[in-house]
Design a protein around this ligand. Structure first.
Ligand code: MN
Length: 330
């Protein structure tokens, strides 16, 4: 058995359909192709691996080497095992999503000192929702949040626990094709690091995570708490912790105000979903109402408005209410 055939053996461990297709190649097809069945199978194997390599943006040789060097041993590697469901639900030859491969395994051997990443993806699938993902043990623990995060500690956002995703998924944006699991647009709505309070493994097991987020949109402390609500999947709640970043939802609704990707200029314009979701005139009328502030005094518009410009300073201001960004000119 040559390297390619060996690599294919490892490949089909995660892609049963590819094996079935090789086995289905018939003598009749070989006659039609004008070559022996064995060489027709070899051609098919090379083509399958070449297309998988292309999907991942690596050369065929690199993929073969990787597959041979890293046979899947789910029992020995919890992160790969936990991605089995993710891999089973997807066809990576058709979807641009990353496959749960060996990179997660490498990363799972991380040291304590490395920061843990988080991301929130806005996903316009059957229903628009936000996928909240926290890195833990080499994979992204994941929750689907129909209404997205909210800075109001009084608002509990239902978070449906879903399958682990590979770490590479944190930067995935694109279109999952029609007919595939999760078909629709995905953008990275927020990204950064999360800092668990206490032991994250134990907290995750107990269903009571408390953590700090340092993202571009989300910040400060949050709670993610498992409920006892019955359902096919675990139902959790994402709740803003009461701290200086907390704000009532009537005053600040981050998913409505900050709609775009943090990685690109992409945005998601929710698709029209026919009669199942009629537009609510009452709701849009309410949205058009200008925001009233309690102590505002009516006044005329000034003749001229000066834009707020960046100011050169020697040092950054002190205090926890500031966030910083370096301004690069030129
Ligand atoms: Mn999703």
């Amino acid at each position: 058995m040559d390297d390619t055939a060996l690599a294919f053996m490892f490949y089909v461990a995660d892609h049963r359909d590819a094996l079935a297709q090789v086995q289905a190649l018939s003598e009749a097809e070989a006659v039609e192709a004008g070559e022996p069945l064995s060489s027709l199978r070899d051609t098919y194997i090379v083509q399958t691996l070449a297309s998988a390599a292309h999907q991942r943006g690596v050369s065929l040789e690199a993929l073969v080497r990787e597959l041979i060097a890293k046979p899947n041993e789910p029992d020995e590697n919890p992160s790969v095992a936990s991605l089995e469901k993710y891999n089973r639900m997807r066809d990576f030859a058709a979807s641009p999503e990353p496959s749960g491969s060996s990179r997660a395994a490498k990363r799972s051997k991380r040291t304590e000192a490395q920061a843990l990443q988080f991301c929130v993806q806005k996903h316009d699938a059957t229903r628009l929702h936000y996928d909240f993902r926290l890195e833990l043990n080499g994979t992204l623990k994941s929750w689907a949040i129909p209404k997205g995060p909210c800075f109001d500690p009084k608002v509990k956002r239902l978070s449906v626990h879903v399958e682990d995703h590979p770490l590479e998924y944190a930067s995935f944006e694109g279109t999952i094709p029609k007919g595939h699991y999760g078909a629709g647009e995905v953008i990275v709505w927020d990204r950064g690091i999360w800092i668990p309070q206490g032991d994250p493994d134990e907290a995750y097991r107990k269903g009571r995570l408390k953590f700090e987020l340092q993202g571009e949109k989300l910040s400060c402390f949050w709670n993610l708490v498992r409920t006892n609500i019955e359902g096919k999947q675990e139902q959790w709640f994402l709740i803003k912790h009461q701290d200086e970043s907390a704000r009532p939802v009537a005053e600040f609704d981050i998913v409505a105000e900050q709609t775009n990707s943090v990685l690109s200029d992409r945005t998601v314009i929710p698709r029209k979903r026919g009669k199942s979701k009629p537009s609510a005139p009452a709701e849009s009328a309410a949205k058009a109402e200008p925001l009233r502030t309690a102590n505002a005094v009516p006044a005329d518009l000034p003749d001229k408005l000066a834009p707020q410009l960046a100011t050169l300073v020697e040092s950054s201001p002190q205090g926890s209410e500031w966030r910083f960004e370096i301004k690069f000119d030129g």
